[in-house]
Design a protein around this ligand. Structure first.
Ligand code: FAD
Length: 395
């Protein structure tokens, strides 16, 4: 039998994971528009479920700081100073997680793929016409181009996504020895948070992200404000990057597979980054593994439904967690919820509604306050009837 031919477009985590899983049974070509030797990615670079990346967890492979978890620091608003105690302080476990140099991780992963026989093409930006051509000449095409997905441009569906988080970040130098094991996340009374993720005792990625309707007039000023309030190094404007993170499921799940062209959307292209905290690396890898599995089984048409099943708990939980901010706007309640979750793992608080509900239920006062709000009850109903933004008219 002829070997299947598969084109993977986009060579970040989603594309690399797809190519890796597909390489054993298919002729795989991976197209990445940038060079792996350039500085390509600028995100928090926290990989919470590191075994998903099939590389040894060494500094040479970009796995720089093995963390025990994350510290959540909840303040009432933006009027505190560096010496003020937060309203709430909780530690969420993470094992085994790393703050990485994602550029290095992706370069090493691409090298591994080339050794496995994948035709890795760097500096190969695919345009909409070429994408359609790839669809004609390959058995399957994996669209791993992030948001907005190239396939949407190629086939004209650009309004399909809803919602986003805007984030600004930078790499900074400083003394981070005290927080290396527990990188910090700061909630300060807006729908979003700031983070400080050390890659070593002297180097860290810091940033700030917003969701919701209230946005700062000047994103850089908002970042530097968070730095000053929390005694973090202030990066120069020229060192910062600004991005948007899709809110998943920001795309109708049915749109994650184009049966006519055999195109799978994976990772951010499929709109599946976490709608509460913006995490998307492990989500991207899992979606690619699933796409590969459905190809291996000869059942590609099952991908959208299985992806949705895989993600459903996470979507629900994120919708509810976001409600604690959006509906209540009550920092005290957010602090109490965070403290109730202290000791759970990142996986629990993103993917296990059962564990989260069990924890909150141990504190009936908090559970009552959470639910004593029409907006929050609406969210519970929406989450458990799978009613999401793409179902509703949006501007
Ligand atoms: C500021 C910020 C901080 C974040 N922090 C974290 C974090 O700490 N942990 C976490 O898990 N997630 C984090 N995320 C989310 C995470 O970065 C994304 O969810 C993740 O990168 C999605 O991976 P992906 O491979 O699907 O897409 P992307 O990372 O967007 O990669 C898409 C790839 O496709 C390539 N490409 C695009 N168009 C073309 C084309 N036409 N032809 C060829 N190649 C193309 C791009 O060059 C790129 O390499 C953060 C996001 C932001 C913005």
């Amino acid at each position: 039998m002829d070997e299947r031919s598969i084109a993977v477009v986009g060579g970040a985590v989603a594309g690399l994971a797809a190519a890796d899983r597909l390489a054993a049974d298919a002729a795989v070509t991976l197209f990445e528009r940038q060079s792996y030797d350039e500085k390509r990615v600028n995100c928090g670079e926290a990989i919470n479920d590191a075994p998903l990346v099939p590389l040894a967890k060494t500094p040479e492979n970009g796995f720089l700081n093995e963390v025990d978890g994350f510290e959540l620091r909840i303040f009432r608003g933006r009027d505190h100073g560096p010496a003020d105690e937060p309203l709430g302080d909780a530690r969420i476990r993470c094992a085994p997680g790393y703050i990485t140099d994602r550029n290095v991780v992706e370069r090493r992963w691409a090298e591994r793929l080339a050794e496995k026989g994948v035709d890795v093409r760097e500096n190969a930006a695919i345009g909409p016409d070429e994408f359609r051509e790839l669809c004609r000449t390959h058995d399957y095409v994996i669209d791993a181009t992030g948001q907005p997905a190239l396939s949407m441009r190629a086939f004209g569906d650009l309004d399909a996504y809803t919602g986003e988080i805007v984030a600004v970040n930078a790499d900074v130098k400083g003394d981070f020895a005290a927080i290396e094991a527990y990188p910090q996340i700061f909630f300060e009374g807006y729908v979003g948070y700031a983070w400080l993720f050390p890659k070593s005792d002297s180097r860290a990625n810091l940033g700030i992200g917003w969701a919701g309707d209230e946005r700062p007039d000047d994103y850089y000023e908002a970042l530097t404000g968070a730095c000053r309030r929390n005694d973090l190094p202030v990066p120069d404007r020229s060192e910062t990057n600004i991005y948007t993170i899709p809110r998943g499921p920001s795309l109708d799940p049915a749109a994650t597979y184009r049966a006519g062209e055999n195109v799978f959307l994976v990772g951010d292209a499929a709109g599946i980054a976490n709608r509460y905290q913006g995490e998307g690396i492990c989500q991207a890898i899992r979606s690619s593994h699933l796409a590969a599995e459905t190809i291996a089984e000869g059942r590609p048409e099952t991908y959208p439904e299985r992806l949705y099943d895989l993600m459903r708990s996470e979507y629900r939980l994120a919708h509810l967690m976001r409600g604690v901010w959006v509906e209540h706007g009550d920092a005290r309640l957010l602090a109490d919820v965070a403290e109730a979750l202290d000791g759970l793992s990142v996986d629990d608080i993103t993917r296990s509604p059962r564990r989260v509900v069990a924890r909150v239920a141990r504190h009936p006062g908090i559970a009552y306050r959470l639910l004593a709000d029409a907006g929050m009850l609406r969210r519970v109903v929406d989450a458990y009837t799978d009613t999401w933004e793409y179902d509703q008219p949006h501007a």
